[in-house]
Design a protein around this ligand. Structure first.
Ligand code: ADP
Ligand code: TPW
Ligand code: MG
Length: 591
């Protein structure tokens, strides 16, 4: 019998009596290695994080074990990277941080992952439990589990090395099953140093079987939905990022093409079918929403991004009035239906199973929607597309959002496999509407919260997980939230081309302090040279003042795959307050 070395964890049985001297020295395994082996066993090969007590050695050992350990300059960016890695791969993205402040820095991203339905696990080291719980003032003291709980889908703490396997298995299941989300895993410092018998320790690890089980919809729910659709005169399908996440692109394409129903992709569902698809109604959005009679939501919530399914956007008489549409909602969460307006036909299950069931239930022949409907949409679309083409063809000086994005539009068309990262206000809205996407899961952006700061974390994760060229279209304000990660991009030599749409500020660069004392809160240093930031780390910086210069710089970045930052000088008067959502700003009542 082997000798158990090291101290026993609290609550464990005392060590067995020493074995006879002639037996081999016992092989032990510590908490560090059990964590790594548990992650590897479950196919996790990348960790995003930032070292420090008590996880510095863990970051080294992760790397030593052949996994990718991507070290950031701020945990929030590592967290955003993990969240989007989860979206892109259907495996929980892992973010690893130190205690209290590092944990809190990662927590914003964990909440973001939960809000966006992205699977992610935030693993944070924590301080001595007995000191933390008595509030005796330990180094980086905080009851992290309690703080994390309201902001994530599940939160677990592991105290004994033998429970690491269960802890990681539960975290993986919670993150990816049902509606995906963020999970917090608390690992106190002492856990890492605990040693247990290696054979026994490894036997406690769990390879999770079927972590995101299929959820097949009830046949009567599918029938109800198809019946409703059959009676529709003006049907519409809305594809959300849940549909992109589900990776059942062929089934979705079949549904759309077999039914002939016009569809609208939400921002991150762009490219699920090419944006140039004849059934895309994107260019006629404000026409189809109020006019549609039956709307099929697939992995899209009726939240603010869809004006809560009611109000003037949907043809309602006032801002809260129902527009008269009937809704089919395909979603994995049974609680999502009726969250804003009545859902007449909820179809609950995973999108792959639900869309396959809908396709099967359509039968051999399906009458396409009335030509009156599709024709009216086409008319609006053609008109809007022609109008946009006219605007895009202009070449004003200074460059504006349109003339710059006309270049980006062509570059993305020529490089349809490139990942597009996008944040800002005007820089976001114009990019979304001007730059067509051609392949699924290529566009990643501010998501459900309209959050600034995801940019560089998303760039790193997109490059690391897809190995594709990354193009980031960033407002100058948006870029500032994560700009220091340009060093990370250079350090890992990632093929990322960042375009900072520099209009000297938040929304625009023209505000002034009415008292004349300070810069206005929305403006930045005039004529700032963001391109010089990347040069400090060995990357390529370019200042572009014309579409031709922008085009040349982007093409060179893609050809060379070198980390590149282009400062695109945009007319500082070009933007509007909050971009497309000006109306959400509270305004003081006029006296
Ligand atoms: P968007 O912002 O693009 O409109 P949302 O984030 O509002 O999309 O909605 C995504 C929806 O997709 C969520 O309600 C979520 O429950 C659902 N969802 C995510 N993954 C799946 C899946 N695999 N199967 C079914 N529904 C899913
Ligand atoms: C975490 C509020 C929304 S958009 C934006 C801010 C600060 C920046 C807009 O300026 P930018 O784009 O990026 O230069 P442009 O093209 O219009 O000039 N803090 C967080 N999230 C949000 N959404 C904000 C603040 C905001
Ligand atoms: Mg700006």
């Amino acid at each position: 019998m082997a000798v158990v070395t090291g101290h026993a964890a609290p609550g464990q049985a005392p060590a067995p009596a020493p074995a006879p001297a002639d037996t081999q020295a016992q092989e032990t395994i510590d908490g560090f290695h059990l964590v790594i082996e548990a992650l590897k066993l479950n196919g996790i090969d990348t960790v995003f994080g930032l070292p420090g007590i008590p996880i510095t050695d863990l970051t080294r050992m992760i790397q030593g074990a052949g996994m990718r350990m991507v070290a950031f300059r701020h945990e929030q960016n590592a967290g955003y990277a993990a969240s989007i890695a989860g979206f892109l791969t259907q495996k929980p993205g892992i973010c690893l941080t130190v205690s209290a402040p590092g944990f809190l820095n990662g927590l914003t991203a964990l909440a973001h992952a939960t809000t966006n339905c992205f699977p992610m696990i935030l693993i944070s080291g924590s301080s001595e439990r007995e000191i933390v719980d008595l509030q005796q003032g330990d180094y980086e003291e905080m009851d992290q589990l309690a703080v994390a709980k309201p902001l994530c889908k599940a939160a677990f703490r592991v105290l004994n090395a033998e429970d690491i396997g269960v802890g990681i298995a539960r975290a993986i299941r919670a993150a990816v099953s049902g509606r995906p989300g963020g999970v917090y895993l608390d690992f106190p410092a002492k856990l890492f140093a605990q040693s247990v018998d290696a054979v026994h320790g490894r036997s406690t690890l769990i390879k999770v079987v079927d972590p995101a089980p299929k959820q097949v919809p009830a046949p009567e729910a599918v029938k109800r939905a198809v019946e409703l659709l059959k009676g529709a005169k003006k049907p519409l399908i809305v594809l959300g990022k849940g549909a992109a996440y589900a990776q059942c692109d062929a089934e979705i394409r079949t549904l759309i093409e077999k039914t002939g129903i016009p569809y609208l992709p939400m921002s991150m569902a762009k490219g699920l079918l090419p944006d140039t698809h004849e059934q895309s109604a994107s260019a006629a959005r404000s026409f189809v929403l109020p006019e549609a009679d039956v709307v099929v939501l697939i992995g899209a919530r009726l939240n603010w991004l869809l004006s809560h399914g009611k109000g003037k956007t949907w043809g309602g008489k006032d801002h809260k009035a129902w527009g008269g549409q009937k809704f089919v909602q395909v979603d994995i969460s049974p609680q999502e239906a009726d969250s804003n307006v009545r859902i007449d036909a909820p179809v609950v299950g995973d999108i792959g199973s639900c869309v396959a069931a809908l396709n099967a239930a359509l039968g051999g022949t399906w009458a396409k929607p009335p030509a009156e409907w599709t024709g009216a949409i086409k008319e609006r679309k053609d008109k809007n597309v022609a109008k946009m083409a006219e605007t895009l063809a202009k070449d004003p000086s200074p460059m504006n959002f349109h003339s710059a994005l006309n270049v980006v539009r062509d570059i993305v068309k020529a490089n349809p496999d490139a990942m597009l990262v996008n944040e800002g206000a005007n820089a976001l809205d114009f990019t979304r509407s001007i730059v067509d996407m051609y392949r699924p899961r290529k566009r990643i952006d501010v998501g459900t919260w309209g959050i600034m700061g995801v940019g560089m974390g998303y760039c790193v994760a997109a490059a690391v997980t897809t190995k594709q060229q990354v193009i980031a279209i960033e407002g100058d304000s948006a870029f500032g939230f994560s700009g220091m990660e340009v060093e990370t991009i250079c350090r890992y030599d990632l093929p990322v081309c960042i375009v900072v749409m520099n209009n000297n500020g938040v929304y625009k660069g023209t505000d002034v302090d009415p008292t004349g004392r300070d810069p206005a809160p929305t403006v930045f240093v005039k004529g700032a040279r963001y391109d010089r930031i990347i040069e400090g780390f060995g990357g390529v910086g370019v200042n572009a003042t014309t579409p031709a210069e922008l085009k040349r710089a982007m093409e060179e970045a893609i050809r060379s795959r070198k980390p590149t930052l282009i400062n695109a000088v945009i007319d500082e008067t070009a933007g509007t307050e909050s971009g497309r959502i000006t109306n959400l700003n509270p305004t003081a009542k006029k006296k």
